[in-house]
Design a protein around this ligand. Structure first.
Ligand code: FE2
Length: 374
């Protein structure tokens, strides 16, 4: 038996375990809900125990039947479901929190199974609405980092749920801004400034009561310099997981292009983070991000020594030797079939990273990464 910590007991969320008192007496069955803070406090005073706190099966989303694993298709499905939910949260009401958690589980599992393809999808998977795509990108980055941070399953799912819903309070504005080169209007500025609080309000209207999820959404634009919004919190006041989401949010935004500006190259975005480590960004988080994404992350483009343009598909044994596929000659002529190249060799070593190659559209992601399409 494991003793429950207060942070495990969330108001308004179906219990993922049977709960016992010290004498092994069952007092609350799995699926019941703690209704309010008073009831929660009374229960905590008793001393509560569960068979095991981490129970992945309780959070597991329904799996596609008889479908071969394909991370790109899965993430595309997550994107489509998420977009529908962020656009019309009220129509999901009581189901909203549960469904978002299911999507969080899919992201967590997909990243664990295929981290390189998931990183690649941030750069390459097409989307229509930026707001939901960005939230998915950020949740993928978080899932990559969380693999090394030793968080519990409930913490991971709460944090990923927060990433997926952090901007629900400015869904329309964020989609507009993706296409907008003009400065912000006063109304847009106001909506942005208030969106953390508005997101929490919408989540609570949908009966989300997970305290960690709500807190992290509220704090995801607070920063260590004390100039964040909405509360200009200090470093000490900000929850470490809010800071982790803040970092993933900033990096995710840099990596994706806007309609009117190119993305920052991954190596430049990561070096900006690394230079701020210990100052505005947590030292451990910054180092982990650079280590996990490398200077040539999957999904980015490089020029190799024979002149070819190549697509990075997998991280390698060290940062400078990822696995790549040549997709075009030095003159920009696309190859009919991508050609695997060994970047450890003198002939095909990486010379430099390249901006996202608009002229060379990658449409067959599953094939390049070796996943079944059917
Ligand atoms: Fe935000």
């Amino acid at each position: 038996m494991e003793e429950l910590e207060p942070r495990h007991l969330m108001v308004g969320v179906p219990l993922p375990w049977d709960i016992y008192t010290k004498g092994n007496r069952l007092i609350l069955r799995k699926g019941n809900m703690i209704l309010n803070d008073k009831q929660r406090d009374q229960l905590l005073k008793l001393g509560l125990y569960v068979r095991s706190v981490a129970t992945p099966e309780d959070y597991t989303a329904p799996k596609p039947v008889n479908e071969p694993f394909n991370p790109f298709r899965r993430l595309d499905q997550v994107y489509a479901s998420l977009d529908a939910m962020l656009a019309r949260p009220a129509s999901f009401r009581h189901e909203f929190g549960k469904r978002i958690r299911s999507l969080a589980v899919v992201v967590d599992e997909t990243v664990q199974k295929a981290p390189d393809a998931c990183i690649g999808s941030i750069f390459l998977l097409p989307f229509t609405n930026y707001s939901s795509a960005h939230s998915l990108h950020v949740s993928i980055l978080l899932a990559i980092l969380m693999q090394r941070l030793g968080l519990t399953l409930p913490e991971r799912i709460s944090l990923l749920s927060a990433a997926l819903t952090m901007n629900i309070g400015m869904y329309e504005v964020q989609n507009q801004l993706y296409h907008q080169a003009l400065p912000l209007s006063d109304n847009q500025r106001m909506e942005i400034d208030h969106h953390p609080e508005e997101s929490v309000r919408i989540l609570q209207d949908c009966f989300v009561g997970d305290e960690l999820w709500l807190r992290v959404v509220l704090e995801h634009h607070e920063n260590w310099e004390g100039s964040g919004y909405p509360y200009r919190m200090t470093k000490e006041e900000i929850h470490p997981l809010s800071h982790l989401l803040y970092l993933a949010d900033v990096v995710g935004a840099k990596l994706t292009p806007r309609r009117y500006r190119d993305p920052v190259r991954p190596n430049v975005a990561l070096s900006q983070v690394f230079m701020n480590r210990g100052k505005s960004i947590d030292m451990q988080y910054a180092a982990l991000l650079v280590k996990e994404l490398g200077i040539y992350p999957p999904g980015s483009y490089v020029r190799i020594r024979n002149g070819d343009v190549a697509l990075v598909t997998h991280r390698g044994a060290n940062a400078s030797t990822p696995r790549v596929m040549s997709i075009a000659s030095g003159q920009g002529m696309p190859y009919a079939m991508p050609i695997p190249r060994d970047t450890r060799s003198a002939e095909f070593g990486i010379e430099t990273s390249l901006p996202a190659a608009d002229s060379i559209k990658i449409t067959n992601l599953s094939k390049i990464w070796g996943y079944v399409l059917a």
